[in-house]
Design a protein around this ligand. Structure first.
Ligand SMILES: [Zn+2]
Length: 195
């Protein structure tokens, strides 16, 4: 393999490794945040004042048909440190499955009371569906998964590049010879043409 091609493959692998590590870092960061919410945010009893499934169009990337996405919105009334809060909140993610979001909304009909999590620094920041579920950890799972795939691609490309670019040896002096060279750079012996 010509050295220039090996160089291109190395740059390609480097870009993929960098992107993979960034995605992995974002995955860990968001995962850690969700975990902190579950572990350390206080719980307060809140009353549902509004509950609905809203839809929006996800235009995707380009000209292809857009998908209808659904998300559950719930509004809560609760009291923290003697102060009353009225805060709208959402599921934190959308899905193309209406029944999935309807099921979530049906768990929170207006007038019912639930234990919700609030940010101790800002009680307007709440989560009503904080749990060890795929939906709650969707972002970290997606970012971590993409990051892992990019890193694997980078490793595979590096391994292939080093296999293909393995240097030959000059048959007369044993010195390293690059593919494509016709004469040994050490002893000037004529090299076999087979690369
Ligand atoms: Zn030689």
């Amino acid at each position: 393999m010509p050295p220039i091609l090996r160089k291109i493959l190395r740059i390609f692998a480097g870009i993929f490794a960098l992107m993979g590590l960034i995605f992995l870092a974002v995955g860990i960061w968001t995962g850690e945040r969700q975990y902190t919410i579950l572990k350390s945010w206080p719980t307060v009893e809140a009353e549902v004042t509004k509950s609905e499934v809203r839809q929006h169009l996800d235009s995707g990337s380009g000209s292809s048909a857009s998908t209808v996405m659904y998300q559950t919105f719930v509004e809560f009334r609760y009291t923290v440190n003697g102060k009353e809060y009225l805060t709208p909140s959402d599921a934190g993610y959308s899905t193309s499955s209406y029944p999935q979001m309807k099921r979530l909304a049906d768990k929170f009909p207006p007038g019912t009371r639930h234990a919700i999590k609030y940010n101790p620094v800002d009680p307007n920041d709440i989560y009503f569906n904080a749990e060890y579920s795929f939906g709650f950890f969707l972002l970290p799972v997606v970012f971590g998964g993409v990051g892992l795939i990019f890193c694997i691609v980078a490793i595979v490309v590096l391994v292939v590049a080093s296999r293909l670019g393995r240097t030959r040896q000059c048959p007369s002096c044993g010195g390293a010879v690059e593919a494509g060279q016709h004469f040994c750079p050490n002893c000037a012996a004529v090299l076999p043409t087979a690369a």
